[in-house]
Design a protein around this ligand. Sequence first.
Ligand SMILES: *[C@@H]1O[C@H](CO)[C@@H](O)[C@H](O)[C@H]1NC(C)=O
Ligand SMILES: *[C@@H]1O[C@H](CO)[C@@H](O)[C@H](O)[C@H]1NC(C)=O
Ligand SMILES: *[C@@H]1O[C@H](CO)[C@@H](O)[C@H](O)[C@H]1NC(C)=O
Ligand SMILES: *[C@@H]1O[C@H](CO)[C@@H](O)[C@H](O)[C@H]1NC(C)=O
Ligand SMILES: *[C@@H]1O[C@H](CO)[C@@H](O)[C@H](O)[C@H]1NC(C)=O
Ligand SMILES: *[C@@H]1O[C@H](CO)[C@@H](O)[C@H](O)[C@H]1NC(C)=O
Ligand SMILES: *[C@@H]1O[C@H](CO)[C@@H](O)[C@H](O)[C@H]1NC(C)=O
Ligand SMILES: *[C@@H]1O[C@H](CO)[C@@H](O)[C@H](O)[C@H]1NC(C)=O
Ligand SMILES: *[C@@H]1O[C@H](CO)[C@@H](O)[C@H](O)[C@H]1NC(C)=O
Length: 454
Amino acid sequence: MSSSFMPTCISKLTNSTILLVCALLCFSFTSTEAYDPLDPNGNITIKWDIMSWTPDGYVAVVTIFNFQKYRHIQAPGWTLGWEWSKKEVIWSMTGAQATEQGDCSRFKGNVPHCCLRKPFVVDLLPGTPYNQQVANCCKGGVITSWIQDRDNAVSSFQISVGSAGTTNKTVRAPKNFTLKVPGPGYTCEKTKLVKPSQFVSPDKRRVTQAVLTWNSTCTYSQILAQQTPSCCVSLSSFYNDTIVPCPTCSCGCENNITQPGSCVMPNSPYLASVIAGPRKNSFTPLVQCTTHMCPIRIHWHVKLNYKEYWRVKISITNFNYRMNYTQWNLVAQHPNFDNLTTSFSFNYKSITPFATINDTAMLWGIKFYNDLLMQNGPSGNVQSELLFRKDMETFTFEKGWAFPRRIYFNGDNCVMPPPEAYPWLPNASPYQVISILCPAMAILVSLAFLLAYA
Ligand SMILES: *[C@@H]1O[C@H](CO)[C@@H](O)[C@H](O)[C@H]1NC(C)=O
Ligand SMILES: *[C@@H]1O[C@H](CO)[C@@H](O)[C@H](O)[C@H]1NC(C)=O
Ligand SMILES: *[C@@H]1O[C@H](CO)[C@@H](O)[C@H](O)[C@H]1NC(C)=O
Ligand SMILES: *[C@@H]1O[C@H](CO)[C@@H](O)[C@H](O)[C@H]1NC(C)=O
Ligand SMILES: *[C@@H]1O[C@H](CO)[C@@H](O)[C@H](O)[C@H]1NC(C)=O
Ligand SMILES: *[C@@H]1O[C@H](CO)[C@@H](O)[C@H](O)[C@H]1NC(C)=O
Ligand SMILES: *[C@@H]1O[C@H](CO)[C@@H](O)[C@H](O)[C@H]1NC(C)=O
Ligand SMILES: *[C@@H]1O[C@H](CO)[C@@H](O)[C@H](O)[C@H]1NC(C)=O
Ligand SMILES: *[C@@H]1O[C@H](CO)[C@@H](O)[C@H](O)[C@H]1NC(C)=O
């Protein structure tokens, strides 16, 4: 059976179907990757600079740098934890605070700010008095992404540590950093001793340096962050009336009978009470009941075809009643992004994860205009149009070419409809669903063959 099946199959293998299969494989693998293929070097680095020694310890400036192109930390902000190596205590902090003091009963007179062996620290809120601030502090733990706002992609605080060593031989680095945003997602490497940081004075005429510097690098993984996706993609085009919706159950399944409260109907009389209910401040999404159950939907509409250009409309809809997305961003991958002519009402920057391929772009809202994606409701959406210049050699409306290969919202990979569901050109021979199955079948059959006869 296998021998008669395979030749017909392989003869149908056109380049485009191979591409489609690759795309299929890519989509199914990205969600399990530990690193992000569109930002392979993205990381958050925590730098711990000891600036001076004190009678029983030291004063340090701790700085969190976000080196990720498009992933940011939004409200309610970061929580940084670590474990002391010895019996260190925190005498005082400026620009941040420990969430719990712990048991300081062994101290008489001066009481430390925190005596826990594993302290957790949060940023102070905007509006903190100036005498309690340091540079780059007090933003409520919000850190922007590197591309969106480089000046605010950093957060820092000052800490005075006691019962620590007072020389570079006796002092020990804090261990096991944890970074919560507020949920899990980041894994931090072992703290390393690095070359002491240098600081240039504002007039650039003097350089000072830290006594000692430790670094720890944290990387993000979507699997660690959450079990379910947080966004999905729907598609439509001017050449076909079909609207391809988000795949059913992309982010969960609608089930308000066995799990009441898992979603809310927009016209439900309970809506107001659920939103204002006891879990008001919870950051788990409360979504509108839809077939996809995602907090965010991205719609890609192929809108117009000109002689030399073509136009796409992108709409982002918020289905979450509990979240205003501040400084949201979108990353989209499509071969024509190497020739994006204009992006109307969104900011745009091309990202080249691999120096040779220029097919990925980051889009984000314009400050004070549409950088706030409001909670579910009439104004819970933002829109933009993209104008691409055609490259006559590759441009086509066939085989779903005009649709994106990948979409991220706020750094999370969104669920795409399966390629065989993409809108067809009218009169196009229904493009062969069988030819997508074929290579997969061929691989399976040959694997079975190998296993059976190896
Ligand atoms: C972290 O990101 C910075 C900036 O992109 C890069 O220079 C550095 O090598 C990265 N660190 C790691 C451990 O990947
Ligand atoms: C510690 O300080 C001494 C004297 O300042 C210096 O010679 C030595 O290299 C330092 N060691 C480290 C690990 O920084
Ligand atoms: C680091 O912290 C985590 C969570 O608190 C804990 O599970 C883990 O064992 C710690 N690792 C080390 C090396 O202490
Ligand atoms: C330590 O972190 C700082 C800030 O992120 C960076 O500039 C420096 O290169 C890092 N050092 C090492 C050795 O990774
Ligand atoms: C639960 O779903 C049913 C139908 O699917 C709907 O009629 C009802 O209003 C929903 N309940 C709530 C609380 O949204
Ligand atoms: C979102 O912002 C609007 C207007 O500022 C505010 O009324 C609403 O309570 C906010 N919603 C959430 C969930 O924070
Ligand atoms: C990628 O394409 C965009 C849009 O045409 C262009 O602005 C950008 O310079 C290109 N980047 C590279 C590295 O070629
Ligand atoms: C953009 O399109 C023009 C016209 O088709 C072409 O000459 C140019 O090389 C394209 N640019 C890139 C980066 O592909
Ligand atoms: C539009 O595309 C769908 C596939 O998504 C297809 O079933 C339908 O026949 C197409 N309509 C036309 C008019 O070609």
